[in-house]
Every structure is written in structure tokens, then in C-alpha cells.
Design a protein around this ligand. Structure first.
Ligand SMILES: NC(=O)C[C@H](N)C(=O)O
Length: 308
């Protein structure tokens, strides 16, 4: 089977000219890395974990280092991962002081009888698994500090779109053996209440993967995504015979018409068809399939290059 890897760098209102090149390079780098795992015979779940960990390490995105700050000025991160082979799922929420929440979510899936650990329990599990603790300050960037200050000044004036919802990361993959997987990771929304959990760690909302259908990773206004179970809704439409483009548009359209919620999603079907769609102004994304890298940020700006 021809392997496919798609990543997103989060729904956004607009991305400044100064950041566009770095953001595009970031998603292309992560998609190429994940696709390399698939080409080497790795599983879909290994590939999405590797791609999302690379985006968590990239300070341009709201996940891992570069996460947005809570109202108390801290970083609290959410992540989830799912293996379409057996519907295995792992998630963490409100985790602090680790570099890669997606790796911790994977450990929850692989090493515990549970699907979801949070806060203190997740921190204890991370320590038990030997995940290094890092100073919280290491995850905070100058941009995220400025972003919190701006949000505090303009509180209440922002639309449900960005700047509050910026830069969550995600990946979906289909491997050579026909297995699908997704991974999603985020710092959440800026100025959120401490303890707020968004859609990203919730299976069915932040993502879903089932070998019988396909895989989805979502981004956008978390409270809206949770209410419509966006990822599972998109897969429901695919299951009902829609194309990946139609399924993505129907699910995002429902969230927008029902709740005025904006966001985006990436999707791969079990046949290897893929889509990247959004209702926010922009969403950086990249897809690798058959030696070609497709990427874009705004509607209609897709570029296709050869995979190096
Ligand atoms: N940028 C995002 O996608 C934010 C994320 N969905 C959340 O609400 O936590």
C-alpha cells in the first residue's frame, strides 16, 4: 500500500508574513519525517508520534515548546494518539514540565490499562516511565508571553477564531500494511482557566483512527469541537460513502452552522485518499504521498514539490 502522512499546524486567523516561511517549513519537515518512518516500514502510529513530536519541538507551534499560556501564565498541555488496528488509545491532559506530551500519551496507550491520565496522575506516571522533567520556563517563548498580554488587554473582543486558537498540531497516517493512526497535541487556548481541558486529548473530538474507515486529527475552537465530536463526525460521513473532501466539509460545516465554531481537520481514508480542510482563515498543513509533498497555509495556495 502507498503510505500517506498528513500534518497540520493548527487553525489560525492569519499568520504574519514574517512567520509564514518558518511555519510552512515546520509542517513540511514534520510530514517528511513521519513519512520517512513509513517508508522505512514503520507503523502508522510510530509515524504520527514522530511527526507530532517534531512539531512539539518547534517553537512556532502551540504544542510542547511554544504552547500558549494559561490565565496564571503557565503551560498546561493536552495530547492524544490512537492506533486504528485495535482502536488502542492514549491521552493526557493538563500536563506540565515535559517536552513531548504526545510521547506520554503513547505510553498511556502502550503501558497502562487506561486510555486517559490527567494532571498529578499523569505527572506521576511520566516520572515512573523515566520521562525527563524539564523546567516549565523552557516551554515558554517570548511570543507566548506577548500573546497572553495581548489577550488580557483585549479580553472579550476576540472572535471565536484566532488569536485564541492558534497552532495546535496533529498528524494522520496510513502505513504500507493498511493501518491508520492519528496524533494531536496542544497547549490549548491562550488565557484559559487552569485545569481547562479542550478537545485535543478527547478521542472522537481531537482525533479518531479506525482501520475500517480512516483517521482524522482536528484543530480549532475546542469547546465547539467537543460538542460535535468533530473527528468522529467526519469519519461518520466517510463511512456513509462521502469522499474525504465532502466528509471534512460536512463535519466542519455542521460545527460552524450549529455553534459558529471554527476549526480545521486533516483526514486519510483507508484507501489512501487524504484531505486538509478548514473554516478558520488559515491552517498550515503538509501531506506526503507517492514522492510528492503538498503543502499550504491559506485556501488556494497549495504547492507541490518533489520529496527530497
Ligand atoms: N488551536 C487549537 O486547535 C486549540 C485546541 N483545539 C483547544 O481548544 O484546546
Amino acid at each position: 500500500m502507498e503510505p500517506v502522512l498528513v500534518v497540520h499546524g493548527g487553525g489560525a486567523s492569519c499568520i504574519s508574513c514574517e512567520r509564514r516561511q518558518r511555519v510552512r517549513q515546520g509542517v513540511i519537515r514534520a510530514a517528511s519525517l513521519g513519512h520517512g518512518v513509513l517508508r522505512a516500514g514503520g507503523s502508522a502510529v510510530d509515524a504520527v508520534e514522530a511527526a507530532v513530536a517534531a512539531l512539539e519541538d518547534d517553537a512556532e507551534f502551540n504544542a510542547g515548546c511554544g504552547s500558549v499560556l494559561t490565565a496564571d501564565g503557565d503551560v498546561e498541555m493536552d495530547a492524544s494518539i490512537m492506533d486504528g488496528r485495535d482502536l488502542g488509545a492514549g491521552a493526557v491532559s493538563a500536563v506540565r514540565c515535559i517536552a513531548n506530551p504526545i510521547k506520554l500519551a503513547r505510553l498511556v496507550m502502550d503501558k497502562t490499562p487506561h486510555c486517559f491520565l490527567t494532571d498529578r496522575g499523569a505527572a506521576k506516571f511520566a516520572a515512573d516511565m523515566g520521562v525527563p522533567e524539564i523546567p516549565g520556563e523552557q516551554l515558554v517563548t517570548e511570543r507566548s508571553r506577548r500573546h497572553l498580554e495581548k489577550e488580557r488587554r483585549e479580553k472579550g473582543t476576540a472572535s471565536p477564531d484566532c488569536p485564541t486558537n492558534l497552532g495546535t498540531v496533529g498528524a494522520v497516517a496510513l502505513d504500507c500494511r493498511g493501518n491508520v493512526a492519528y496524533a494531536t497535541s496542544t497547549g490549548g487556548i491562550v488565557n484559559k482557566m487552569t485545569g481547562r481541558v479542550g478537545d485535543s486529548p478527547c478521542v472522537g473530538s481531537g482525533g479518531y483512527a479506525d482501520n475500517c474507515i480512516g483517521a482524522v486529527s482536528t484543530t480549532g475552537h475546542g469547546e465547539s469541537i467537543l460538542k460535535v465530536n468533530l473527528a468522529r463526525l467526519a469519519l461518520f460521513h466517510l463511512e456513509q460513502g462521502k469522499t474525504v473532501d465532502e466528509a471534512a466539509e460536512l463535519a466542519l460545516g455542521y460545527m460552524k452552522s450549529r455553534l459558529k465554531g471554527l476549526g480545521g481537520l486533516i483526514m486519510v481514508s483507508r484507501a489512501g485518499d487524504w484531505a486538509a480542510k478548514w473554516t478558520s482563515t488559515s491552517m498550515p498543513w503538509a501531506a506526503v504521498k507517492g514522492g510528492k509533498v503538498h503543502s499550504g497555509i491559506d485556501v488556494g495556495d497549495t504547492t507541490v514539490t518533489d520529496l527530497c
